[in-house]
Design a protein around this ligand. Structure first.
Ligand SMILES: O=C(O)CCC(=O)C(=O)O
Ligand SMILES: [Fe+2]
Length: 305
């Protein structure tokens, strides 16, 4: 019955969107702000339902599972306007281009290959060896578009071609204050964070800059970044490998999958925590604390600026 109740709630929320068969949804809980993602709307699994019980749902984003396309010039026009006369879902919807490789699942974006007409215009700064190059990504965004705080695993030049964008950065050392869920922070509103829900967020030291046409920002691997386009913007970013090639996940096309050794270590840690589950709570707590101390002692760097 709880599931049925939640199902009705979900349907109420989804009714706001016309042809729901063609969409997938990004749903947020209004009280705890956690993101509850559903990819296939008509196939909500019992597991997904059990994960949303107790949350107050709000639909924050819709994407298309059935492909819908726009000619490039139309896309640019829509991305450049604040209010649309023609739109998919709402007159103030935002547009974002993040270029992909030929086969988006396997190939890696290289703006010079997918947009050969622009090739002559693209001069990638020569601060790394050719073999280290990973991808170059064309990025175009509507005014007001915000990308949530996340990290990537490659070094990165974010190159602004036109328009203005605000970038807020946090050191990897402040990960403990960012309420991470995978590579993303759950704190969505950086300027007015809910400190009841995210009490440690104020401890994160924020570095901020505004990029304008011609500016290039170096975003080191693992540094968190949050981007708001203050104007319609066109940019390119270049990811390159700072570690030796074999450290990276071979299936990574976006530059954001953790190095294989790190994901393996995290899996092993999850197994270790599972192993503790046979013990009563106070023992689990004690041994978990000992594990934390061991990690701090053996793996934390003391040489970190
Ligand atoms: O500026 C943007 O649109 C996204 C920047 C970003 O996340 C990146 O370059 O990794
Ligand atoms: Fe990024």
């Amino acid at each position: 019955n709880l599931c049925r109740f939640t199902k009705i709630l979900v349907w109420r929320q989804l009714n706001r969107v016309s042809n729901i068969l063609n969409h997938s949804f990004l749903i947020r809980c209004l009280s705890c702000q956690s993101i509850l993602l559903s990819l296939v709307p008509l196939n909500f699994s019992p597991l997904w339902f059990s994960s949303i019980i107790g949350h107050t749902l709000d639909l924050i984003a819709v994407s298309f599972s059935k492909k819908q396309t726009l000619p490039f010039d139309k896309f640019i026009h829509r991305a450049a306007e604040n209010k649309h006369t023609e739109f998919f879902i709402s007159e103030d919807e935002k547009y974002y281009l993040r270029s992909l490789g030929e086969d988006p699942r396997k190939d890696i974006a290289d703006i010079r290959k997918q947009f050969p007409l622009l090739e002559e215009d693209i001069k990638i700064p020569e601060f790394f060896e050719k073999e280290q190059f990973f991808s170059s990504v064309f990025r175009i965004s509507s005014p007001g578009l915000q990308l949530w705080t996340h990290y990537d695993v490659m070094d990165n030049f974010l190159i602004q071609v036109t328009g203005k964008k605000r970038v807020v950065l946090f050191s990897p050392r402040d990960a403990q204050y960012l309420y991470l869920s995978g590579t993303k922070s759950e704190v969505l509103n950086l300027d007015n964070p809910d400190l009841n829900k995210y009490p440690l967020f104020f401890k994160a030291r924020r570095f901020e800059c505004v990029l304008e046409a011609g500016d290039v920002l170096f975003i080191p691997a693992l540094w968190f970044h949050n981007v708001i386009s203050e104007e319609f913007g066109v940019g390119v970013n270049v990811f390159w490998k700072h570690l030796s090639s074999e450290c990276y996940d071979k299936t990574d096309t976006y530059g954001n999958k953790d190095p294989t050794a790190a994901s393996r270590a995290i899996q092993i840690l999850d197994r270790a925590l599972k192993t503790l589950e046979v013990l009563p709570e106070e023992y689990r707590d004690f041994y978990a604390r000992r594990m934390v101390l061991r990690i701090q002692d053996k793996a934390f760097s003391s040489n970190y600026e």
